[in-house]
Every structure is written in structure tokens, then in C-alpha cells.
Write a protein of this length. Sequence first.
Lengths: 178, 530
Amino acid sequence: MIRQPRSNRRKRVGEFLERADGDKRFKILETHIKRHQYRADALIEVLHKAQELFGYLEDDLLLFVANRLKLPPSRVYGVATFYHFFTLKPKGRHSCVVCLGTACYVKGAAHVLSAVEKSAGIRAGETTPDENLSLVTARCIGACGLAPAVVYDGKVTGRQTPESALEQVKGWIRHVVA
Amino acid sequence: MLLPDLEAIAKREISSRKKVTIRCCMAAGCLSSQSGEVKAALEKAVQDAGLAGEVEVRGVGCMRLCCQGPLVAVDPHDALFEKVAPLEAASIISALDGGESKARRGDPHHAFFKNQFSIVLSNSGVIDPERIESYIAADGYLALHHALREMTAKEVLDAIQASGLRGRGGGGYPTGLKWTTVAKAAGEKKYVICNADEGDPGAFMDRSVLESDPHRVLEGMAIAAYAVGADQGFIYVRAEYPLAIERLQNAIREAKRFGLLGSGIFDSPFHFSVDLRIGAGAFVCGEETALMASIEGKRGTPRPRPPYPAESGLWGCPTLINNVETFANVAPIIQNGAEWFANIGTGKSKGTKVFALAGKITNTGLIEVPMGTRLRIIVEEMGGGAPDGNSVKAVQTGGPSGGCIPAEHLDTPVDYESLTHLGSIMGSGGMIVMDQDTDMVDVARFFMEFCMDESCGKCVPCRAGTVQMYHLLDKIIQRKASQRDLAQLEELCDLVKNTSLCGLGMTAPNPVLSTLRYFRKEYEDRLKQE
């Protein structure tokens, strides 16, 4: 993406927008960028909004953002990959975030994580091949009083055990019969 | 907005209060244990009992004893209910006239509450964080008025300096000195930044303050801006704290609506606006120069200091950066006087400190104690010691930059110097208790893995050193390491500590060094015999 000459890049953004013609999400993103007056320092805010709208940041979307903020794509790509919060791959329909903060860790969060990893057949940070479940770890969600905590589809649930976690995610995992 | 307007709002708010107030915790911890439903059920039960004229159900911020949430308190009955289920709401209401309730009663006079001394958290769990009137009724924004209308900027600086307040983000740098440096720095444009990028795993003090009392932070920032001559503020808050973000946005909007942010505050020439910046999950952004890079929309990598942000910070302008808890201390100092604050705490550490107590301990939650309180009082009396008859082995403070304090040092008073002396740091306030089953080498590896992942990659000692130290720790845990590996680990600790660019790298070896200092045997027992 970075090696493309500028004219090609502009063409690519054009084609991308043409393909997405009528997609309301671009309009919302454009308004958001406008509210920040196309300022380069709003890059992180704009990426937050883009990810909120599209779920993840694909290359063409990053190019679009670079084009609107008049930034080199390398800078946009650099920022998008630097921060853990941004993801460049599609996420699963369901999410399971295991908190691995210190309080959760000393109370056995690692066992909860490995139980889910084993059951879903994926490692932390991955999504199941059927795109149904993304398994993520967090550095601390600040729910230390409820340790160990797991966030299932945005809902914080405290005092988890490997068994209770498996109970929660079992509907999201389609087991292939061996 | 003038002083009489402020007083009128407070008066109206207080006179509209009802005979009985039921406070229901609406901070993130309790919310995830269904406190939202509990509050709705309480409101419905009040309606059903025909008590709407006498009883008010108020959603409040953190009530501190997070492990027993959702918490509900009844004033003036002095009753506390723990782990309240929505179905028990009706029985709490019917017990208002003295009967027994089905809900489990807690003890509001337990040492956990009794030993607390509230400055930062004085409004937390009392006021409704979503209503500015509730804050104003608790003497909110009076300190800002006092500063703007009755004090010169110099007097504010002197008051903060005389109070002895030190940075609560972990460093412990004298706040008054920092403010004075920014005030003296030449420049038309200056900024004030509130560092709410609470990245230490196991720490949730700033989250609680922002969720429970957001206006206190705004007021502190405004006073700081007046003192140093800034007109624009930023709050950099973690994306992982959606509720804190929502309440801050609401608070900023309300404060603007009431003329407490914006131009001509209290009819003075002072104007100040605050913007929110949302982090994107990078621990290194808690470091001030990295944080400023992130606000500028760049990768959050630190840069060498000097120049310090006080001289050249955000967009090259003089910038004041303080932590959430530091700003939360400002309004009480201005209102009650520097002397009052300086009388609390120890010789060099003034005031109180908020700690997030978690881990293998009976009472987890938020505590605020005067500086100099002994660790034993915090862990054993307030925290109730380790659960299930286990014994406390160590207390970890300061997150990945701190260290483990072994049980034999529990009589140490908590202040900046004593903790540093023990090889740990005050840190931002995370306090994780470990019991006899906790493997200290594993804890060291856990923190090293954290630092390895979070290293931004700019300087080599941190980028490469943390990886090597992680591998050595892993090798020790796998029982494949020799005496030479341990020696190399110690050498690397020294190297990374002394040559890294920023605080992340400089403190990354601390968990290893402190566990080596107190629990060396756990390392040596695992070494291969040669």
C-alpha cells in the first residue's frame, strides 16, 4: 500500500468510494472528520470513529483517512498498527475479552484463558475460522474487585472460573466433530 | 454565572432533597453486577409503596467495597446492603421503618470504612456524578470561584506549593514546583493536560474518581490553568473506560452550559475549555512525552527530556501534566487552605493516597488513607487479610514499574520515601496482595511479559532488553536455567534500568529486582545444578 505512487493511490481511494457508493457510514465518517476540521492531530479520533463504524480498519479505509487528513499513508498505517485498540482484521461476531491484569492474574485468569483457548481451538488475539468468536486479552479493565473478570460481548462478568467461562462461550463455538 | 447563582443552585438542590436517601452505586464495578437493574427496582419499589414524596433513590459513584457490590446505602438510617439483587429491592423499601430486610446487611463501621480519610473521594458514593447540581450542592466550584475572584495566580501557586502536594501519578514530583515552572515559562499559549491513562494493571483509582466525581477533576484543572496561565486543557483517558468517558463528556457539557467552563468564568477575564482525548491502548502513553505525541495524533513514543513539557510540551508550548488524583486534590486545598492539607500525612508526603486494593484479599475495593498509614493496617485491618485462612506473602505496589514488599515489612508506613527504600514505588496506587501460593518468579515473568509487549520499540535497551529478560525468566521457570543465566538476568536488569529512554524501560526491571531481593530462594531453587 505504501509503495504505490501518489496518482495510483488517489485512483484507489476513488474506486473504493465508488464501490461503497451509498454507504451511509462514509457520510458519518466524513462529518466526523469535518468536525475536526481535517486536522492531522485528529487522526486517532478519526480512526476510533472509523473502527466503530466499520468494525475494523481495512487498507482502503486507511487510505481514505490518509487522503482526507492529507497525511502520508505510512503515518496513518503507523498509528493504526501502533495502538492495540485498532484492528486491521475483521472481528468475530462474538467477542470474549479475558482480563489479564495483575489482580485477575493472581486469581487464575490464565487458567480461564487457556480453557477457552483449548475449547475454541484458537489462541488469544485470534478469531475462529467461522468468524464467530474473537478471543482477546486485556491489560486491565479496572474491574479488579471482581477478579478474575471476562467481558462477553461487551458485558463485564466477574468471578469467572474455567467452567463458568466455557459455559458462557459454548454457544459461540461450533465444534467440528473429529 | 456569579457566586449568588452558584449558591442558589446549591440551595435549590439541598431543599429539594427528601427525608430518606437511598444511594445505589453506579460505578463500573457494581454496574457489571447488575446495579443498574437494582436502581430501577428500587425506584419502582418506592413508587409502589407510595413513598415517592419521602424517599429519593440516587445513583452515586463508587462506594468502595467493590467485592460486595452492588452496594446500596440508606441515609439517615446508616444502613448498608451488600450484593443486592434486583428482587430484594422491595424488601429494602419495606424495611425502611425499622423492619428486617431480606437483603444482606453490611457493616458501615467496619475498619475498611472507619480507617478511611477522604479528600479525593469525599464526594464519591455521595453525589450523583451525572448531575452538576449535585456537585455544586457539595460546595463544588466554590474553590474555583475563590481562586478566580479572591486570589492572584501567584497566590494559587504559593498555596499549592505550601500544601506540599506531590504528583499522585507515581513520580511524586512536587506539584507546586511543576506549576511554578510552567507559570514562569515564556509563551503565549499554554496547555494543561490531565493524565487519565491509567495503564497499570490492577489499578482503578482514576477510573473511580472520573466515574464518581468528574467535576472535581475539571475544577482542579481550571484552577491549575488559571495559576499557570493556560486556556486550553486536555484529558487523555483510556479507551478501556467507556463509562468514565461518558461521564466526563457529560460533565464537560454541563459545566459549559453553566458557564463554569468557557469564556469569562465567574465574570473574570479567565477562559478555559477542556477537550477529551481517547487513548487507544498503549501503556507507554502514560509517560508524559508519549502522551503528548498521542494527543498530537502520532504514534505514542517518548522523546528524551529535557526539554521538559513545562518548557516545551504539546505542540512545542509550555504544558502542565498532572494525574487525575493530583487534580482532584486541588479544589480542597484551595478551599480549606494549604495549612490544613500540610497537616495531614508525614513530613515529606502530605495529604492522602487512594489505593486500589485487590488480589488475594478479603475486602477488595478502593481506599483512601492518610500518607504514613502502615501497610499492615491497610492489608490486615481494612482489607481483612488473605481469604480462606491463607497468609499474606507480599504486597505488590506500583504495577509493572513497582515491586513486591514482603510480609515482614508490613509495618512500613506508606509514603514515597519508605516504599522507594524497600525497592518498590508508590506508583499510581494499585495494591495487589499475594498469598503463600503465589509464585513470585511467575509474577516477575508476568510483569516482564507486560513490559515486553508494551515497549514502544524506540530505544534498544527496553526493546531488546525486556525480551531477553523475559526469556531468562521463562528459562528459570522451566527449570532450564543455570547460575550463569541468573547472573546475566541481574546484569541485564542493571543495564535496562540505567540506559532506557523513558520510565517504562527504566522501571521495567523493578519487579525482578524486588522479587530477587526478597525471594531469591524461589529463583535459586529452580536453577539447574552444574
